[in-house]
Design a protein around this ligand. Structure first.
Ligand code: NAG
Ligand code: NAG
Ligand code: NAG
Length: 572
């Protein structure tokens, strides 16, 4: 998950009440499109996401021979508002729950499952030459085999934000270009170990948030605040590392393994605040280029977007720097990087209205000052659990169409899309998430009708899980997880039922059927809600039996022993 308020809240989420009057949503919002995904689209895979990372806990590390990853060093202070201290919440190791989770996947009828590998779990120091953790390899082999046995295709992310701590300490993480080689070695290890069975590889997931939060604002591990420089440098190395891994696959593994390697980029849609104002149109374009184009443009067109090069270059000069803070690709690098994605992974959650920034801010270099935009939201948009997340389905179609035209109709996988809910709400009936799913998947269907080459859709996420700086407080799952209970029981939410119906029907066949899904899902969840409500009682009973049974047994044995002694004494 995902992620994060796009920027610090105080200036981002300005509400625009007047929008309600001037812009009543968007025309396409009104029209729901009934229809199924094209029959040739059997290749369209329906998927859910779970990052295995959040279950990598300290006690687990000690038994599995893996090393630290940097998120364990993160968020232990209450200043981050983490419930229970970052990633340290003890969870059962995933393999205890593997069969159970796979049963949930089968229940959802997904054909694919997106998971991420943990670099430190496989390479404790981060360096392949040092040591490969055999237990880590076995761990993922077991998961992959179990998935395949259930006819579920794994889609695997190599790097989702969790860098081995040693690489951070020793090299400054992605600041340092030596990481490109280390990543390539790690990628080759994964291709070698799992590539006979894994055919969909994502090198990096949401690298923009990783560098912005990790190297600019410091909101994420490793928590650096290198304003206006660190993130560009880190991104530069990540793009090169991606290209390097792609080339490795192409030259060494592709012929044998016949798989695909791509990158997954997250971006919200940026809509011009006033569609008739050229400045707003330009600002919205800039927003998208700084978000999606930053990584996609080098990979699809060989270089950073022109607007980034111009702006950051100009501002760097104004700041008295000799060189642009945006690093430069050499001619050889450009041609090496261009064309290194077999598909474009897209993560998308919400939309912003964008306008030119109308106030001056703190001086000095920063990503925000380079972009010079303001993000606004319409107060009429339904808001969800996360404070940055508003449900705006039509923005999804626009983003998909934008990517389709910008990068010349690449095959696309939607790698993340979903809606959260706060944990204090233990509600299994989540009609608002059903609305979100229905709206967003429907807009994706429209985008396919528009001609976008969409191959798959992954919903975020299977289970409630660790949400980065928000810890366990935001819940995205189709299954509710009772984290407080020792066995971490899972309860299906209504939205999971609904997603399953969409998957089985491969779309939205007709109004009557779609309406019946809604009713059915809400009926089931209210029954489950009752079950959940009785859970504390069951837990209590379980505790009582756990305490009472051994005590009674011990007493019985004791009494028997005493009686036996008495008996023996009397006989002697
Ligand atoms: C990269 O890491 C090496 C080894 O620690 C160090 O010598 C070098 O200065 C680092 N480079 C940068 C740009 O930080
Ligand atoms: C990928 O590999 C194929 C087959 O070896 C080769 O023909 C092609 O040139 C490679 N692509 C790139 C961009 O290097
Ligand atoms: C900047 O724009 C916002 C949103 O349109 C508006 O509320 C605010 O008053 C403007 N500020 C200035 C200084 O013009």
């Amino acid at each position: 998950m995902k992620p994060l308020p796009v920027v610090t809240l105080w200036w981002v989420l300005l509400l625009v009440p007047r929008l309600g009057a001037t812009r009543k949503g968007s025309p396409e919002e009104a029209s729901f499109y009934y229809g199924t995904f094209p029959p040739g689209m059997s290749s369209l895979c329906w998927s859910v996401h779970l990052s295995i990372f959040q279950k990598l806990t300290k006690s687990y590390i000690d038994t599995q021979g893996t090393s630290d990853q940097m998120w364990l060093h993160w968020g232990q202070g209450s200043e981050w508002g983490l419930e229970g201290g970052g990633a340290r919440i003890p969870c059962p190791a995933p393999h205890h729950l593997l069969q159970e989770d796979i049963a949930l996947l089968r229940e959802l009828h997904v054909s694919h499952y997106q998971l991420s590998l943990s670099w430190p779990r496989l390479l404790p120091t981060g360096v392949r030459g040092d040591q490969v953790n055999a237990k880590g390899v076995k761990f993922y082999n077991d998961i992959i085999d179990a998935l395949l046995k259930s006819n579920i295709t794994p889609m695997v992310t190599l790097h989702y934000w969790d860098l081995p701590q040693l690489l951070q300490v020793k090299y400054g993480g992605w600041q340092n270009m030596s990481l490109i080689n280390y990543f390539n070695d790690y990628a080759n290890l994964c291709f070698e170990a799992f590539g006979d069975r894994v055919k969909h590889w994502i090198t990096f997931s949401d690298p923009r948030a990783m560098v912005e939060k990790g190297y600019e604002t410091g909101h994420h591990a490793p928590g650096l605040k290198l304003h206006g420089t660190g993130l560009y440098k880190a991104a530069h190395h990540i793009i090169k590392a991606h290209a390097r891994a792609w080339h490795s696959y192409n030259t060494t593994w592709r012929r044998r393994q016949q798989g695909l390697v791509g990158i997954s980029l997250n971006c919200d849609w940026g809509e011009p605040l006033d569609i008739r104002n050229p400045e707003d149109i330009e600002a919205a374009e800039r927003y998208l280029q700084f978000c999606l184009g930053w990584f996609a443009n080098p990979i699809y067109a060989g270089d950073y977007p022109q607007v980034m090069k111009d702006r950051i270059g100009r501002k760097s000069t104004e700041q008295g720097l000799e060189m642009s803070r945006l690093p430069v690709f050499s001619v050889q690098e450009k041609s090496y990087i261009k064309g290194t994605s077999d598909f474009l992974g897209l993560g998308h959650f919400t939309t912003r209205y964008i306008t030119e920034r109308n106030y001056s801010s703190r001086q000095g270099p920063s990503y925000q000052n380079d972009r010079d935009i303001m993000e606004l939201v319409d107060p009429n948009w339904p808001d969800l659990g996360s404070k940055w997340l508003y449900s705006v389905p039509w923005g999804f179609r626009r983003l998909l169409n934008f990517a389709q035209t910008q990068y010349v109709n690449p095959p696309m996988y939607v790698t993340e899309n979903g809606a959260s809910q706060k944990s204090d709400c233990t509600q299994l009936c989540d009609p608002w998430r059903i609305q979100y799913l229905k709206g967003y998947i429907n807009e994706m269907l429209k985008a396919i009708k528009d001609g976008a080459n969409i191959k798959g859709y992954t919903s975020w996420s299977l289970l409630d899980k660790f949400e980065w700086e928000n810890g366990y407080s935001e819940r995205y799952g189709f299954y509710y997880v009772d984290f407080k209970s020792r066995h971490k029981p899972r309860y299906p939410k209504a939205s999971g039922q609904y997603y399953k119906r969409i998957i089985i029907a491969n779309g939205f066949p007709n109004p009557r059927e779609v309406a019946s899904w809604h009713l059915e899902a809400l009926e089931t969840c209210s029954i489950n809600n009752h079950m959940l409500a009785t859970e504390p009682l069951l837990n209590h009973m379980q505790m009582v039996t756990e305490a009472v049974v051994p005590t009674v047994c011990a007493l019985c044995i004791l009494i028997a022993a005493v009686l036996l002694m008495l008996l023996l004494r009397r006989q002697s």
